[in-house]
Design a protein around this ligand. Structure first.
Ligand code: SF4
Length: 339
């Protein structure tokens, strides 16, 4: 009989792990708390740095899961997991020979940075709101008009001790560059300003896109952090910042302010880790055995990780890691059960 592996989370990491396990003759079972598969990448518009439509990646994954008849539990939360299975909030227990934690991350709640007026001012939105607007084909200001000046603020809810998020979310710099180019293509007459602390372009093709944004699309990059935003009487957004290259304070009025929200650890991680005997990193993500040969292993034999449950990751890195996770699980099952 095939070994069974329960995968907690049906986003990109969970689906890819399940498909890889299935191809190795292992029975995967996905438990997803949403009512469909796909996680945060569902509803995303285009992926960096290639501008590939997100649906072109996520849809085939979900279709393959269906075609392979992988069993999925929808709308179910896992309250406990151990190497021999998981317990759902309903009380049902799903026995298994190993468990993969692919629970992903939580997007930083921009309301917590009150100084930017998210939720108060109509034309302050997050990078996620913008992505969904782009996907719906309707990017406008709240009154339906077109923006002529747009500011994009990096590191919202990342690298920020005040909100206990010291880590870099890794993918938002390149998201900011991608969205700036997309906005420029939609509104060629608009001036677009990216406010950043550092620009972190770690992935293949990222630096090239950053250069293209400046040289071909004339997007402005200002090293400085916006300290506050206020709404004007005509619903524009006045921002205060300091240009940290020149040391000069800066005031600017824009039509739209986009907050590049970071990736935070899930709130439930602490409780789940405690119950399962796992460790967390200081930033609240699950801690792996090490960053080199044990990057998908937990401190407990038989519990593995895939994707952004352990740290912020791009979708490409998430998919690559999921294959690694499946390989590690396969090796574990062979060594533990087939002696
Ligand atoms: S990737 Fe860029 S925007 Fe995101 S947290 Fe790191 S430095 Fe800030």
């Amino acid at each position: 009989m095939a070994h069974r592996v329960v995968i907690v989370g049906g986003g990109a990491a969970g689906m890819q792990t399940a498909l890889e396990l299935k191809s190795r003759g292992i029975e995967p079972v996905i438990v997803e708390r949403d009512i469909e598969l796909g996680g945060k990448a569902r509803g995303w518009y285009k992926l960096f740095p290639s501008f590939t439509p997100a649906g072109d990646v996520m849809r085939p994954l979900a279709e393959r899961v269906k075609r392979e008849r992988i069993r999925c539990f929808y709308g179910q939360e896992v309250t406990e997991f151990a190497p021999d299975g998981v317990i759902l909030r309903s009380g049902e227990r799903i026995p298994a020979d190993a468990v993969v934690v692919a629970t992903g991350f939580t997007l930083f709640d921009a309301h917590r940075k009150q100084e930017y007026g998210y939720g108060l001012y109509d034309n302050v939105l997050t990078s996620v709101d913008l992505e969904r607007m782009m996907n719906s084909g309707a990017v406008t200001l709240a009154d339906g008009s077109m923006p002529r000046r747009i500011a994009i603020l990096h590191c919202v809810g990342s690298r920020d001790e005040k909100v206990c998020q010291k880590h870099c979310s890794k993918v938002c710099c390149i998201t900011g560059v991608k969205q700036a180019i997309e906005l420029k293509q939609m509104f060629p007459e608009a001036d677009i300003f990216n406010f950043y602390m550092d620009i972190r372009m770690f992935g293949p093709g990222y630096e090239e896109l950053y250069r293209e944004a400046q040289e071909r699309h004339n997007i402005h990059f200002v090293r400085g952090r916006i300290s506050e935003a206020a709404e004007t009487i005509n619903k524009r957004i006045q921002i205060k910042a300091e240009d940290t290259l020149t040391g000069r304070p800066l005031r600017m009025t824009v039509d739209m302010l986009v907050l590049l929200v970071g990736m935070s650890a899930n709130y439930e991680n602490a409780e789940l880790a405690k119950r399962a005997g796992l460790e967390l990193s200081p930033n609240g993500f699950f801690r792996t055995v090490d960053s080199f040969l044990g990057a998908v292993r937990s401190q407990r034999e038989g519990i593995f990780f895939a994707g952004a449950a352990t740290a912020p990751k791009s979708l490409a890195d998430t998919l690559a890691e999921a294959s690694l996770t499946a390989s590690a699980v396969d090796e574990y099952l062979k060594n533990s059960f087939n002696k």
